[in-house]
Design a protein around this ligand. Structure first.
Ligand code: FMN
Length: 405
């Protein structure tokens, strides 16, 4: 075929609706191919957190992958969390001297390299044998804040030793205050400055995607887990590190009967600062301040609690309004890029949490994978600051983002 023939053929095909259909079909796999990175040889090769996600998916068995990725019901809130960030644009500014850009910040007296922190995730040894200890080691080298879950699969003491410094302790209230008190005392003894009490899961949830992926797993859950009559793993607090030495008979992680006076009870029982994790409404932010909370994390548990359909980024401005500068407001959910971090700070957050992304890094490459995730997000965040002319966290303002019309 001559060059002219070929050009004529291409012109004909370009005008053809059949080819247009094929091209639109072919865009999806092409986009996926560029994300799927079976050939990553080290964490350092990952270009963004999605490459680590795709790599992790190949090495994590389906049931554990389902545990990590699941939202609730149809995962609508989970997707909303991520999508909300694309509804804001950054307003670049020019001719600002950005030769020195400082990402560091202070959260409750703790100086950290950047406002990006690692959210509490239970059972991290499901993704890497070193679990929360590997995350702590990464948090140490990157000087990042780590919040340790009540359901940590490593002991709090091993984690603080690996961090060589304090972590925050995330508290599930439990249904017995004598147990809550023991958990708080242990966190105090380990040097935690802050307890983040999670309040968005009062009475169960429907993690449908997790259940669906469990069907695909051919391994026998009972080899590692306590299982129910149908062979599905069930919660067994007795085997979890935070509950060693505690009588777990009749113990539940949360209680549906708690009301706001619980916060005062908590404050009276501990010397730790009390941050409430899982606030979404302006009124609840006001009530949190009234009841003596020291801080708030706007969170919907990564779309794993109420299937509200509402992104945490959408809830953030109302909560910031409710707190009215009296206590710091942090946020998590759906953060996948440094520009997301920038947008959350511009909307009034003091710090921004990541959950799944660091677990992807952990599953893919252990400590160095978590480090890579923090490095990638911090680099992207730095570039957002540079482009918007913000030289310090304090210089990030609401003026530098625009909500799409
Ligand atoms: C697998 C998994 C386990 C989690 N475990 C806990 C937990 O034990 N305690 C808690 O307060 N939040 C828990 N979360 C919620 C996270 O702390 C955080 O709010 C959420 O992951 C942030 O959203 P992202 O994953 O989209 O970044 C968990 C989240 C995931 C994905």
């Amino acid at each position: 075929m001559t060059r002219i023939d070929r050009r004529a053929l291409l012109q004909f095909l370009a005008a053809s609706p059949v080819l247009a259909g094929l091209l639109s079909l072919s865009r999806a796999p092409l986009a996926k191919a560029s994300n799927a990175t079976p050939t990553l040889r080290s964490a350092a090769e990952a270009l963004d957190v999605f490459e680590l996600r795709d790599f992790a998916q190949q090495v994590v068995p389906p049931a554990h992958w389902g545990y990590l990725q699941s939202g609730v019901d149809g995962d609508v809130t989970l997707r909303a969390n991520e999508a909300a960030y694309s509804r804001y644009e950054l307003r670049g500014r020019r001719f600002v001297d950005v030769s020195h850009v400082d990402l560091s910040t202070t959260v409750f007296g703790m100086r950290v390299a950047s406002p990006i922190f690692c959210c509490p995730i239970g059972s991290l040894r499901a993704f890497n044998p070193d679990g929360e200890v590997a995350v702590a080691a990464a948090a140490r080298t990157q000087n990042a804040l780590q919040i340790l879950s009540t359901q940590s699969s490593c002991s709090l003491e091993d984690v603080t030793a690996a961090r060589r410094g304090p972590v925050w302790f995330q508290l599930y209230t439990t249904n017995r205050f004598d147990v809550t008190r023991k958990l708080l005392k242990r966190a105090e003894a380990a040097g935690c400055p802050v307890v983040a009490v999670t309040v968005d899961l009062p009475a169960g949830r429907n993690t449908e995607t997790a259940a669906r992926l469990r069907r695909e797993d051919t391994r026998t859950c009972s080899a590692c887990h306590v299982v129910d009559a149908r062979g599905n793993p069930r919660l067994s607090l007795a085997t979890e590190p935070m509950f060693q030495g505690i009588d777990t008979k009749g113990l539940a992680l949360t209680s549906p009967s708690l009301t706001w006076d619980f916060i005062k009870r908590l404050k009276d029982a501990t010397t730790l600062k009390v941050v409430i994790k899982g606030i979404e409404a302006r009124e609840d932010a006001e009530l949190a301040v009234e009841h003596g909370a020291d801080g708030i994390i706007v969170s919907n548990h990564g779309g794993r609690a109420l299937e509200s359909g509402r992104a945490t980024l959408e809830s953030l401005p109302g909560v910031v309004q409710g707190a009215a500068g009296r206590i710091p407001v942090l946020v998590d959910g759906g953060v996948r890029r440094g520009t997301d971090v920038y947008k959350a700070l511009a909307l009034g957050a003091s710090a921004v949490g990541i959950g799944r992304p660091y677990a992807w890094g952990l599953a893919a490459f252990g400590q160095s994978g978590v480090e890579r995730v923090l490095k990638i997000l911090n680099l992207e965040f730095r570039l957002a600051m540079v482009g918007c002319g913000a030289r310090s966290i304090r210089e990030i303002s609401a003026d530098s983002i625009i909500a799409k019309g």
